[in-house]
Design a binder for this molecule. Structure first.
Ligand code: SF4
Length: 456
């Protein structure tokens, strides 16, 4: 973040050459510290105009460290599409014209095949890849950077910044290791943490369910975003009160980030002959925003939208927030069908699939949606129907049910974001007299977690 403040003029155009894209690891990345294998992407956001600061798990951060780099600063713009290859023995900028337009999994598959051909199968399997999909290429303001077959650097449009630099992907693999000053002390600290974790019921739940225990829990307590935040409850989500319903229906396997014993990530299948494959998630935030908040209760439909967003490279939260805003405008009679080309009522999944694809290509009505929900609501004269902060849509937890989280969204330096707000309802912190104090306390604590680039 300091590099961003030091090096970027705040008046710089987020999608212009003067903006920079920073990939940073943390002090624990690649050390084997539990939940410490992450990296963060920082830039000026094309969605909010404020800072973008979005974190991701997987293996990319660790491989970057093993290759000998703590961070990358991407500057300027390549004249043609390129990708960046980072290895212990050097960095190369390579042509990526043949990858432009490809979905993110296909991009990874093609790059791995090239690496296998140039080096060997071991090098290909060790390589971690981050890439953008068509949404990033087309500067969709909430495009994300995807990593390792379905992980997302999701929020604030960092994928659009990557696209504006004509950078399709970065591959990283290293042969080095991260030096630790007191390796015995470090090992002991990790073992003590794991020992304590064995008794921790919350960690056990996280390993078992990932975030799949949350939609039912939020729905039951009236804090589930529903119908563009018109409600905190969505009847079709009652089936998710038993998270086993989700797990039994869609889970393929559990996956872990580098060095993390919790393996909380879930890979799921998509029941659609048009899209054979698997992807990561859907996480609770995705289930809320493209599910209940858009009036969609069918798990297969939610998985399909999650898959499309991951492959096209769009943040599922902002995609859902933007479409739900358009749905409320449509149902309120402010957005005419002649503009959308099809009915856009809540729960209309056929229209939703089409709109997701159009948005990634900036085609038809999708061109307006690609600028985010605030732009849509403002164009139709009802900015009040956009539910967000700093033009970034609110995530899953409805402030109506947990008022203090509304204050945390409202004062976050990146706009409304699930990673910049905690869930105070679970420790009984509801008294409004303490909202300001708790917000400050939580934001300070999260700043430490963010700066350490840890998972929470
Ligand atoms: S807790 Fe889950 S998301 Fe976090 S680092 Fe571990 S496996 Fe990754």
């Amino acid at each position: 973040m300091k590099i961003l403040f030091d090096e970027i003029d705040p008046r710089a155009e987020a999608l212009g050459v003067e903006n920079k894209l920073i990939f940073a690891t943390g002090p624990l990345t690649g050390t084997g510290a539990p939940a410490g294998g992450r990296f963060i992407v920082v830039s000026k956001s094309p969605l909010t105009g404020a800072i973008a600061n979005s974190c991701c798990g997987g293996y990319f951060g660790a491989q970057l460290k093993f290759a000998g780099y703590d961070l990358l600063i991407i500057e300027g713009k390549a004249p043609e599409p390129v990708y960046l290859s980072i290895r212990s023995d050097g960095v190369a900028i390579k042509p990526a014209g043949h990858l432009w337009g490809k979905w993110t999994t296909e991009t990874e598959t093609l790059l791995k095949a090239e690496i296998k051909q140039e080096f060997d199968i071991w090098e290909a399997s060790d390589t971690s890849i981050v890439s953008i999909g068509p949404a990033g290429e087309n500067r969709v303001r909430f495009a994300c950077v995807m990593a390792d077959g379905g992980r997302a650097v999701g929020r604030s449009g960092v994928g659009a910044v990557m696209g504006s630099k004509n950078l399709k992907a970065i591959t990283a693999s290293g042969r080095g290791e991260v030096a630790i000053a007191d390796s015995e002390g470090f090992k002991k600290a990790v073992m003590d943490f794991l020992e304590e974790g064995r008794e921790n019921k919350e960690l056990e739940k996280r390993r078992m369910w990932g975030t799949w225990s949350l939609p039912g829990r939020a729905n039951k307590t009236g804090t589930q975003a529903a119908l563009n935040f018109q409600s905190g409850y969505f009847k079709p989500f009652e089936v998710f009160e038993d998270p086993a319903f989700i797990r039994d229906n869609i889970r393929v396997r559990d996956e872990a980030c580098f060095g993390c014993p919790f393996a909380c990530s879930k890979r799921s299948r998509i029941k659609d002959p048009d899209y054979p494959g698997t992807t990561k998630g859907p996480e609770h935030e995705t289930m809320a925003l493209v599910g209940s908040n858009c009036g969609v209760g069918d798990l297969d439909d939610i998985c399909r939208v999650n898959y499309l967003c991951n492959e096209l490279g769009m943040d599922t939260i902002t995609t859902g927030a933007t479409i739900s805003c358009a749905m409320e405008l449509f149902e309120s009679g402010y957005l005419p069908e002649k503009d959308t080309g099809y009915p856009l009522n809540f729960g209309n999944t056929a229209s939703m699939f089409q709109l997701v694809k159009e948005t990634s290509r900036r085609q038809g009505f999708g061109d307006l949606l690609a600028d985010g929900g605030y732009a849509v609501a403002e164009k139709y004269g009802h900015a009040e129907l956009f539910m967000g902060v700093k033009k970034q849509g609110m995530p899953a937890w409805h402030p109506q049910g947990i008022e203090v989280i509304g204050l945390q969204y409202a004062t976050s330096n990146v706009g409304a974001c699930h990673t910049k707000a905690t869930l105070p309802m679970y420790d009984g912190r509801r008294n409004p007299a303490h909202h300001v104090e708790w917000t400050k306390q939580d934001q300070d604590a999260l700043a430490v977690v963010d700066s350490s680039i840890l998972c929470w």
